[in-house]
Design a protein around this ligand. Structure first.
Ligand SMILES: [Zn+2]
Length: 315
């Protein structure tokens, strides 16, 4: 039911995040990231994986390059979902060349995080579309306490040009692209992108495939709402839809259901422990039942995930 992630991928991802973002997140009791050598940007490549219909996924190979990208090529031009870390803008442009001229006409951002919007500056000529709160956060400096870092405001040309509140549809290259805002899961500005014609979802960071997710509690995210939103998605879209996660390998609805199972069980576990009067430290020392431990990876240790759930309960 649950697929094992190759350990190397999770490690590289985490190491990359640590380097890309400065100081590593200190999950209480765990701090795997600090002593691991990081793959150099020059050694990391961007690979293309056909998904279904007209959609291709671009994924970092050999290290962390930012979130996964969806590409929709066609006679109208290029549309992409998310555009990785800024340091990979050049490589992303090169990776887009086989699909056209490497210059997208549309960029959709699933949320404001810099590992999903880093290429906006490079692709400023495109029409950039995102939820209202994405532009709001990107327009000003953000105190990102979870990463011990201030994320500087993006220049005006990198901000979304078109923002929406609840839902919107884009028609491009013969594809119907549905954007649906599900509030309060990973952040307060998450968009689910559904390529209806090709039957492909891009879930942004609502979905870390096979790994405990990061939840940006300071920007409106909540582990409990995330679990609700994932349940909503499993009921709303076709069972045979292919799924591009924010991080991790290409997925199916079965993978998303395994993730939902983990979210539901681990959030309930922390909730029950709190109701029994245990404090955060005691829950972290106790740890999850054995079956959930394999979802840990260096960036989000078990202790960190317990902390994120605990913070979500106290919101
Ligand atoms: Zn994110």
């Amino acid at each position: 039911m649950m697929r094992h992630k190759p350990l190397t991928r999770a490690c590289l991802l985490a190491v990359g995040l640590a380097v890309a973002t400065g100081p590593a997140v200190a999950g209480a009791g765990h701090n795997h990231n600090t002593n691991v050598a990081q793959a150099k940007t020059s050694e990391i490549t961007i690979g293309a994986q056909p998904v279904a219909g007209k959609i291709t996924m671009l994924i970092g190979v050999g290290g962390f390059s930012g979130g996964n990208v969806a590409v929709l090529p066609g006679p109208d031009g290029l549309l992409i979902v998310d555009d990785k870390l800024e340091a990979f803008s050049e490589k992303l442009t090169t990776a887009l060349m086989p699909f056209g001229d490497g210059v997208p006409k549309f960029v959709l951002n699933t949320h404001w995080h810099f590992d999903h919007t880093g290429g906006n500056k490079r692709f400023a000529e495109a029409v950039i579309i995102a939820h209202d709160n994405v532009r709001k956060h990107m327009a000003v400096d953000q105190d990102f306490k979870a990463l011990n870092k201030t994320i500087p405001a993006s220049p005006p040309e990198a901000l979304p040009d078109v923002t929406y509140n609840d839902r919107m549809t884009v028609h491009f290259n013969g594809e119907e692209i549905q954007l649906l805002h599900l509030p309060g899961g990973h952040t307060d500005g998450d968009t689910v992108v559904y390529f209806k014609t090709s039957n492909v979802l891009h879930l942004g960071d609502l979905f870390f495939n096979g790994m405990f997710p990061f939840v940006d509690v300071a920007h409106g995210g909540s582990a409990l709402t995330l679990a609700r939103n994932i349940r909503d998605i499993t009921g709303r879209f076709p069972a045979d839809a292919k799924i591009i996660p924010g991080h991790g390998s290409l997925a199916t609805m079965a993978d998303l259901e395994a993730y939902l199972d983990m979210l539901t069980s681990t959030t309930m576990f922390v909730q029950s422990a709190v109701m029994e009067g245990k404090d955060l430290k005691a829950i972290q020392v106790q740890g999850f039942p054995e079956q959930w431990k394999k979802w840990e990876w260096p960036f989000i240790s078990q202790a960190m995930w317990i902390d994120l759930i605990h913070q979500s309960l106290n919101k």
